[in-house]
Design a protein around this ligand. Structure first.
Ligand code: ADP
Ligand code: MG
Length: 349
């Protein structure tokens, strides 16, 4: 995980708006050939030649999308970038630029903004995307971050949610549910801390889950994998709200049904043991927990050989006729209708 420190407190009013923008954006480097002009004019200028351009935006509000009590600012900056890049990856495109807009109240010192932008810079370097602009303004209360991601792809490579066929296989990258349980662990630590501020959280047993929550990664590698395997998914989406919700999106857009198999779900061993500790069903978490930022996609049956035994991919089900509906087939071989319940709704059982 990323460490951060915030001892000094320099008031934002000392710098003024332009001083703050200059200070926060001074370390951004341009590496993409498509960036003709980045920060410093009234607009950025991009040139994608014969490529298609993809654009995706997210808005993150303090208290709604993140809680600074357990989300360090550096992680927040990193994650805010990653979730946007994940949307570009879900189109089978390559992220190339981002814009970063922040509204911040004067409760935050300059050092806090520096931490946030350290995380943003780290992600931009890691994923080789150029920060080409943004906006900086004040807010009455709290922190608001909006990031726009831009990407490029050849027309024929773009994958939509709508292309799944009735007999396609349903595949997921990585594992699912861990980010949600990481959040549960952090929320529990926050409660303990409020009762006893001297308590030191021991998160070793939960390291993987907490890392999945605080420092998710965008699967930019998957596009390269597909290319090497000469594989093009028929439909794709990224897992932000939870597996069941994303499956339903794919099915609705593609006008197909789906059978998802409980015994195929890729679940990390740490998730299983922590679910036991919290007395929560790990299948429920795997299906409804969100924020994994893995990719969920469908492939034609005849492409099975291209992905079988590949450690990055797990076949978790298959598509069906639309009239068959969307179901989970349990280990006991019973059929349960899948319903969309975002990860926020998970606790309401
Ligand atoms: P304008 O008055 O045209 O909105 P600004 O003074 O807000 O311009 O911004 C100056 C430059 O700094 C622009 O290139 C803008 O895109 C960039 N910029 C402003 N805020 C941010 C930010 N938070 N992150 C990255 N670039 C930013
Ligand atoms: Mg501006």
């Amino acid at each position: 995980m990323i460490e951060d420190k915030n001892q000094q407190r320099t008031s934002l009013s000392q710098l003024g708006e332009f001083g703050l923008i200059d200070h926060l954006t001074q370390n951004f480097k341009i590496t993409q050939a498509s960036t003709l002009k980045g920060i410093g004019d009234d607009a950025a200028v991009l040139d994608f030649k014969d490529k298609k351009v993809l654009v995706s935006t997210d808005l993150l509000i303090e208290g709604v999308h993140f809680d600074l009590a357990y989300m360090p600012l550096k992680h927040l900056g990193y994650k805010a970038v990653v979730v946007n890049l994940s949307d570009i990856c879900a189109m089978n495109a390559k992220p190339t630029q981002i814009t970063v807009s922040v509204a911040v109240s004067n409760r935050f010192p300059l050092e806090a903004m520096e931490e946030l932008f350290e995380g943003i810079t780290l992600a931009a370097d890691q994923y080789k995307v150029d920060v080409i602009g943004g906006d900086t303004t004040s807010s009455q209360k709290g922190l608001i971050i909006s990031i726009t991601a831009i990407g490029e792809a050849n027309t024929e490579d773009i994958v939509y949610r709508s292309g799944a066929g009735e007999t396609d296989l349903l595949v997921v990258t990585g594992d699912v549910g861990s980010a949600y349980m990481g959040l549960k662990v952090l929320e529990r630590e926050k409660q303990v801390f409020m009762v006893n501020p001297n308590s030191q959280p021991d998160l070793d047993l939960y390291a993987y889950l907490v890392e999945r929550q605080l420092k998710p990664e965008a699967r930019t590698d998957v596009r390269t994998l597909f290319h090497a395997l000469e594989l093009k998914p028929t439909s794709m989406i990224d897992i932000s709200d939870g597996l069941s919700s994303e499956i339903i999106h794919l099915c609705k857009s593609s006008k197909v049904g789906c059978n998802l198999y409980e015994d195929k779900l890729p679940i990390d061993p740490q998730l299983i043991s922590v679910c036991e500790e919290f007395n929560i069903d790990s299948t429920t978490v795997a299906i409804n927990g969100g924020e994994d930022y893995e990719l969920l996609f469908t492939i034609k049956m005849e492409d099975f050989d291209k992905i079988k035994a590949n450690p990055h991919f797990t076949i978790i089900g298959h598509m069906t006729q639309e009239s068959d509906g969307i179901h989970l087939i349990t280990r006991a071989n019973t059929k349960i209708e899948l319903r969309a319940r975002g990860w926020n709704a998970l606790g309401e059982d």
